[in-house]
Structures are given as C-alpha cells and as structure tokens.
Design a protein around this ligand. Structure first.
Ligand SMILES: [Zn+2]
Length: 120
C-alpha cells in the first residue's frame, strides 16, 4: 500500500480525531532536523514528504510508514494521559524516542503474532 503524499488523513486516537498531513521541510520549518512530529495542542501529525537524494533511504515510503506509526504512538501516549510528567531524570519515559520507535517498528510484528494466536 502506498502511503498518501498530499491531502489530509484522519485517524481516531482513543476517541480524539487527529489529522495526518505530509509536508516538505520548506513548507514547515518545524520539520527541520526531524522526519515528523505530533502536536497534541492542534491534534496534528505531520510527516515529511521525503526528497530522494544520495543519502536517502531507498524505500522512502516504507520509512514514511514507520514515521507515521512513530507519531501515532506519541499521540496514543498523550491521549492516554502519559505525557511530560512520566517519571525520569532525562525526560519522561513516555517521551523516550527509543521506546516510541521500538513500538512503532515492532508493531506490525506484534500485530502478526497477536493475530496468529487469536489474542486480539
Ligand atoms: Zn518521537
């Protein structure tokens, strides 16, 4: 499945509607230095429209899907009430990028495993 590149997609995050939009870094300076972000105040998930160049990953849409999953996990954590107050010395665990990425990357495999044993 090809991920959309323009327009707005909607996703329900625990009862709250979020929009997902793809933007270029030129159009949205907040994308500078990152591939996407979630804004809990406007209920937006923004994912960069990646430009192909010599440094870029070969399958940019595969990567875009992982970034979208990553930002959706941030939104799930926020809507669960798990935000900046999660307990840690170096930023809250719910904002820990490695943990969020682990869920986003492993989720398709977790889903497959859950479906295999019918425990969803
Ligand atoms: Zn993140």
């Amino acid at each position: 499945m090809l991920i959309f590149k323009e327009g707005i997609m909607k996703v329900n995050i625990l009862g709250t509607e979020y929009t997902i939009q793809r933007r270029s870094e030129k159009k949205d300076p907040k994308l500078e230095g990152k591939d996407g972000y979630m804004d809990s105040s406007t209920k937006e998930i923004i994912v960069e429209v990646f430009e192909e160049d010599s440094d870029s990953k070969r399958d940019l849409e595969y990567y875009a899907k992982a970034v979208i999953r990553h930002e959706i996990i941030h939104a799930f954590l926020f809507e669960s009430g798990l935000d900046t107050c999660s307990n840690s010395h170096f930023g809250g665990w719910s904002e820990n990028e490695e943990m969020v990425d682990w869920i986003a990357i492993q989720f398709p495999k977790l889903q497959k495993a859950f479906e295999e044993v019918g425990c969803l």
